[in-house]
Design a protein around this ligand. Structure first.
Ligand SMILES: [Zn+2]
Ligand SMILES: [Zn+2]
Ligand SMILES: [Zn+2]
Length: 158
């Protein structure tokens, strides 16, 4: 009988190898996925259906419970789990690390300026005051922060 630890190590290595073979929009997505656990059974043995392709074109499969996840579901839920802010964090002034992608509405990595789902890049800098806009403004962002946009509309109305 094989040592259970040995079997696990082999399986784990298989999974890590799959993750290493994929290409990602950002290294932090790789970091997240290679350490992610199954959202159903919490196992860390997650494999992918394919190798050597782009990470968003494969399926993620738990080798313990066989649950399958699409790229979007797996990435979004894993990020949300990792960076979940409690009410207490927010009360203490914690900033959201994500917002909705201006392009696809998916999980956008605010500090990196890249969408984890579609790869859309946006520095989120206001054209007028050159300040970085707040996560809550990203969805309506059209090159201007809400303050400059307010001033702009006022000038245009005059
Ligand atoms: Zn599972
Ligand atoms: Zn996007
Ligand atoms: Zn501005």
């Amino acid at each position: 009988m094989k040592d259970i630890q040995e079997v696990y190590q082999k399986d784990k290595e298989f999974c890590s190898d799959r993750f290493r073979s994929l290409t990602y929009f950002s290294n932090s997505i790789y970091q997240l996925l290679v350490e992610a656990n199954c959202l159903e059974c919490d196992s860390d043995l997650i494999g992918t259906a394919d190798r050597d392709i782009s990470a968003d074109s494969t399926t993620y499969i738990c080798r313990s419970c066989n649950e399958e996840y699409s790229y979007e579901d797996f990435v979004t839920q894993s990020f949300e789990k990792k960076y979940e802010l409690t009410h207490r964090d927010i009360a203490n002034g914690a900033e959201d690390t994500s917002c909705a992608c201006p392009e696809c509405g998916g999980y956008f990595l605010y500090h990196e300026g890249i969408c984890a789902i579609c790869g859309h890049e946006d520095s989120l800098i206001c054209d007028l005051c050159e300040d970085k806009i707040h996560p809550s403004e990203v969805e309506v962002f059209e090159g201007r922060c809400s303050y400059c946009n307010y001033k702009w509309e006022k000038i245009m109305a005059e």
